[in-house]
Design a protein around this ligand. Structure first.
Ligand code: CLF
Ligand code: SF4
Length: 281
């Protein structure tokens, strides 16, 4: 059985050195979402952990297990299972739980990685850790509710939709609370930050500093890619050069992921390889 340290060493997102050696497989078992980001078009995958403009076929937990077994036979370097949508993993908790349980039955050692907006993380975190999830990603774009109110149209909590500042305050509070709790557990934690020009680009460094203060292991600044049909469709994109500059600056604060490929919710393979459609093969 590999230790947490070995699993991190052999995780293509958490260790750039493993990006071309070790494969990860996303299982698209989570179609629903419990918030509404202004950069999201729900015809496509969750942008908090994915390349926009592509949609994934949804798998049942059983089909996901079968797909994993089949893929592992062909891809012995497959060491990480990620749940990254296409909606929010925890808005589909029963399916996610069943998927993880079914895969553990056939492979006691594969690394479990999960990405979420954290709205429901506190409710499930202990059980997720018991199920074997060792690597977590939370997307946190700000700590300012007034900024969050510009990014999120609403959040759903206990069946009720909260709009504007009310929803923003709720989400921000729950995200940072979840981060603080998670980093005290024996797991590895990444914070994804979607950089949106004119919205949160003036305090990215502060978000990174706060993530560090809360105990995150790494942050991943991802550029917004505007998607047609969303409120942010006309937003200006940040250039590659500007992104690198911000990442390098933030790297002085805490470790940065520099090699994210903004892959899709059903991506399979190493990060450098063709990041799409592999499930259909
Ligand atoms: Fe998937 Fe994300 Fe786990 Fe990696 S992706 S759930 S941490 S196994 Fe990786 Fe893809 Fe970037 Fe995500 S390259 S979008 S950071
Ligand atoms: Fe879309 Fe992901 Fe935001 Fe949900 S969390 S609204 S799936 S971008």
């Amino acid at each position: 059985m590999r230790t947490l340290e070995q699993k991190t060493k052999e995780h293509p997102c958490f260790n750039a050195g493993a990006a071309h050696e070790v494969a990860r497989m996303h299982l698209p078992v989570a179609p629903k979402c419990n918030i509404r980001c202004n950069y999201c078009n729900r015809k496509f995958d969750c942008q908090n952990e994915s390349r926009p403009g592509v949609s994934s076929q949804i798998l049942t937990p059983q089909a996901a297990r079968d797909k994993y077994v089949e893929t592992k036979e062909k891809m012995p370097n497959l060491k990480v299972i990620g749940i990254a949508g296409p909606g929010d993993a925890l808005a589909n908790y029963p399916e996610v739980k069943e998927t993880l349980q079914l895969i553990r039955e056939v492979d006691p050692d594969v690394t479990f990685c999960l990405s979420t907006n954290a709205m429901k993380l506190m409710k499930h975190v202990d059980e997720l850790i018991e199920l074997g999830v060792s690597h977590f990603t939370i997307t946190i774009n700000t700590f300012k509710p007034e900024v969050a109110a510009k990014i999120y149209r609403y959040v759903t909590y206990e069946g009720v939709k909260y709009f504007g500042m009310e929803g923003a305050e709720l989400l921000v509070k729950r995200q940072w609370e979840a981060l603080e709790y998670l980093t005290k557990q024996d797991v590895v934690v990444k914070v994804n930050i979607v950089l949106i020009k004119g919205i949160n680009d003036d305090h990215i460094e502060e978000v990174v500093a706060k993530a560090k203060e809360y105990g995150a292991d790494v942050t991943n600044i991802m550029p917004l890619i505007p998607v047609e049909g969303t409120p942010f469709e006309d937003m200006e994109e940040i250039s590659r050069g500007e992104l690198i500059k911000i990442r390098v600056k933030c790297n002085e604060i805490m470790p940065q992921m520099m090699h994210c490929t903004q892959c899709r919710a059903d991506a399979v393979g190493t990060l450098g390889s063709r990041c799409s459609g592999a499930l259909a093969q």
